[in-house]
Write a protein that binds this ligand. Sequence first.
Ligand SMILES: C[S@@+](CC[C@H](N)C(=O)[O-])C[C@H]1O[C@@H](n2cnc3c(N)ncnc32)[C@H](O)[C@@H]1O
Ligand SMILES: Nc1nc2[nH]cc(C(=O)O)c2c(=O)[nH]1
Ligand code: SF4
Ligand SMILES: [Mg+2]
Length: 210
Amino acid sequence: MLKKEIQVEVEKGVMLPLMEEFYTIQGEGYHTGTAAYFIRVGGCDVGCHWCDVKESWNADLHPPTSINTIVANAAKYCKTIVITGGEPLMWDMNPLTQMLKNEGLRTHIETSGAYPLSGTWDWICLSPKKTKLPTQEVYQYAHELKVIIHNKHDFIFAEEQAAKVSGNAVLFLQPEWSKKEEVTPLIVDYVMNNPKWRVSLQTHKYLNIP
Ligand SMILES: C[S@@+](CC[C@H](N)C(=O)[O-])C[C@H]1O[C@@H](n2cnc3c(N)ncnc32)[C@H](O)[C@@H]1O
Ligand SMILES: Nc1nc2[nH]cc(C(=O)O)c2c(=O)[nH]1
Ligand code: SF4
Ligand SMILES: [Mg+2]
């Protein structure tokens, strides 16, 4: 395909810049410990200085890939497919999620919510960032709120964000990996004092799996 044609396909969401795909165990949040196939889409401009996948940021480094190919691969592994990035909502998620649903698969997303919500989702994990806040619309649809704790001020941010999600959303505080020795004890105390919150750890990093 010509460069221009590929660009049009990406704009329609029928091709996506694919960074990697892997079958693993969901390491974080509500579904921790369960098998899932991850699709990591390139492109993000939210700019978290502690981001653990900075290689994902530049979409041009990741080959535009047909969603037919992506879905055919995903369907081989298990029923739960996690779309992450990068920031997946930078792209139109409707064609990809519709195709996954047609295959009878469950669609989960990991998102900062900084771009308009698209796609059909069985589970939305919203992880808001101060540098580029979620759209007003996405809060009501989040099944899970996962706030990263890098310093003490992030607890205040977490409460501000919790006030915006639905009463059914499950609330998580997750240590920022490079600060975990410092902030994990603070999170433990915070959750014991504020039991509406739960602790989320990046368990895949302890298990040495992707
Ligand atoms: C790499 S992001 C990709 C999806 C989306 N851009 C987002 O931020 O939700 C996947 C998850 O990892 C979390 N995360 C990224 N870097 C982290 C770090 N250094 N420590 C803890 N969690 C991190 C994010 O907050 C998000 O919940
Ligand atoms: N095992 C595993 N679980 C995860 N949960 C969210 C991840 C992500 O990067 O979005 C992630 C990841 O990269 N690996
Ligand atoms: S929004 Fe997600 S992918 Fe983007 S910089 Fe932040 S953690 Fe990384
Ligand atoms: Mg990760």
